[in-house]
Each structure stands twice: as C-alpha cells, then as structure tokens.
Ligand binder design. Structure first.
Ligand code: URA
Length: 277
C-alpha cells in the first residue's frame, strides 16, 4: 500500500481532489497501459471519470505546463491510439472487437465490421448495424441494404466483384447495433472514430460515399445536416480522399421522392471513380 502511494506521488497525483476513491482500473492511465497490451479501449463512460481523476493545473499535461518530468505526463493523452498500430484490416477488426464499448456492445448480438472487397475504389460508410445486420454480422443486409445494393448495381458496383473498379467495400461508424436502433451518441462515435479512420486508410479507396448524418458528422465534422451537405464533394483526412455525402437508404425508403437526388449523387460518384482510374 505504501509503495502504491509513493508511486502515485511520483506520478504527480499528490493531492486528493475527489470525495470518493477512483478505481485505478477505470482511469485513463490504466486504460492506456491496458491498450498497450491488449488493444482494449476505455469505455465511453471512463473518459470523464479519468479526467476527474487526473490532477489539475500544475499537475496536468506537460504540453500546457512545460513540465517535462516523465512521471507527470498522463499517458492516455500521449500514446498513439491502438488502431493506428493495426497493419491489416484483420488486425484492426480484432482490436475494434476487443474495444470496451460498455452497454453498446453488451446490447448487441454480433460484431458487424465490414462487407465487400477491401481495396475497392469505392468505400461506403453508414451509421450502425440494424436488426438484420446484427443477426447476420454483415453491414447493410436489411431492407435499406437491399436498396443500397440495387443503387450500387446501377453504377456497376457489387460487393462480390473481383476487381477494385467494379467492387465496393462497406462499413459503418459503429460496429455494434445500438439497442432499439437509436442514433449513436457523440461518445460512441468518438470511441470508434479512430478505428474508422484507420479502416479507411487500410482499405485505401479513391472515393467515399457517406450515407446519412452520422458518418458526415463523424468523419467530416460537419453538422449542417445531410440535406445541406449531400451532393457536395468534401475532402476527408490528411490525404483529402474525395467524400460524397448522400441520403441514407433507410431515409429513401421512407421518402422515395428524394431518390432523384440520391441518384444524382451516385452519378457524381461514378464519374469521380472513372476519373480516378
Ligand atoms: N443502416 C446503417 O447505417 N448501416 C447498416 O449496416 C444497416 C442500416
């Protein structure tokens, strides 16, 4: 016990700031250490608790204080995200599945990571699995997925095609179905964003098709709403991959009058893919 206290003081945790004890197993520091070993991530709930547990002010991040003593840095802010270390899509999927997503994961049946052909020049990103996707562990296989497949077929793309310029690769922002098909929370999107970013980098598409508000908010940080952003080319990430926001097929099923715009978006995607060949 004395050794544990001495070690904490050495780390800079030399004053009590809460009324109740904080579990070391929930802290950002221990989560970071575990991530280093297992790839597991802190739960969405852990981050605020960890921030509360971290010493404030002079004991805080060296980037603000200029205090470069090694023990005073809280490791979670400094380590690369484990997703960045994945050198293959399989390795990334394993890390993503191991990520501690708390109730989200507990409420889902199956891990639903991707479908289609990695390396396809077109990558489609949706929101999160629905009931059918959760049952079959494949993205976009319910009614919305069937509509998506026929839209993609109309521009000559299928999940099964052998060649990158005829194939499509499909994923979601969340790999687990939110209970009752609710919209993902900001914390859930933030938790999985590093995995999605790495997924895109490893799949290396020429064009991204982003379906609905969730991927547009998460990947482009654009909160104007899909009705405003759809049909306008955006640049994603450090390499500026061309990204086209469009309506989600579930929305098109409810509002068929908007299919015309979705079709225009898809044609623009098709032209961009031809140009990229
Ligand atoms: N909606 C999505 O956004 N993704 C799926 O996989 C299914 C429905």
């Amino acid at each position: 016990m004395r050794d544990a206290l001495a070690w904490q003081i050495e780390l800079g945790a030399d004053e009590a700031i809460g009324d109740s004890p904080v579990s070391r197993f929930d802290s950002a520091a221990s989560a970071a250490r575990e991530r280093g070993n297992t790839g597991a991530q802190p739960s969405p709930q852990a981050a605020p608790r960890a921030a509360a547990a971290a010493p404030r002010g002079r004991e805080g991040d060296t980037r603000e204080t200029g205090d470069a003593r090694p023990g005073r840095v809280f490791a979670a802010a400094q380590l690369p995200h484990p997703a960045e270390t994945a050198d293959s899509i399989d390795a990334l999927a394993a890390l993503c599945e191991a990520c501690d997503a708390g109730d989200l994961k507990a409420g889902a049946r199956n891990f639903c990571f991707a479908d289609g052909r990695p390396g396809a020049s077109l990558m489609v990103i949706g929101e999160a699995p629905g009931a059918e996707e959760d049952r079959l562990a494949r993205p976009f296989v319910g009614r919305a997925g069937q509509l998506l497949d026929s839209m993609l077929a109309a521009i000559g793309r299928t999940r099964e095609a052998e060649t990158p310029d005829r194939a499509v690769y499909i994923a979601n922002i969340l790999p687990w179905r939110p209970a009752g098909n609710r919209t993902p929370t900001e914390a859930e999107m933030a938790l999985f964003l590093p995995f999605v970013e790495r997924h895109i980098a490893l799949a290396d598409p020429a064009v991204l098709l982003l379906l609905g508000n969730t991927p547009v908010r998460a990947l482009l940080e654009d909160r104007r709403g899909i009705t405003r952003t759809r049909g306008t080319w955006q640049a994603h990430g450090p390499t500026g991959i061309r990204a086209m926001p469009s309506f989600h097929p579930a929305f098109l099923l409810r509002t068929p009058s908007r299919k015309k715009e979705a079709w225009a978006d898809l044609l623009a995607v098709s032209v961009a893919l031809e140009e990229a060949r």
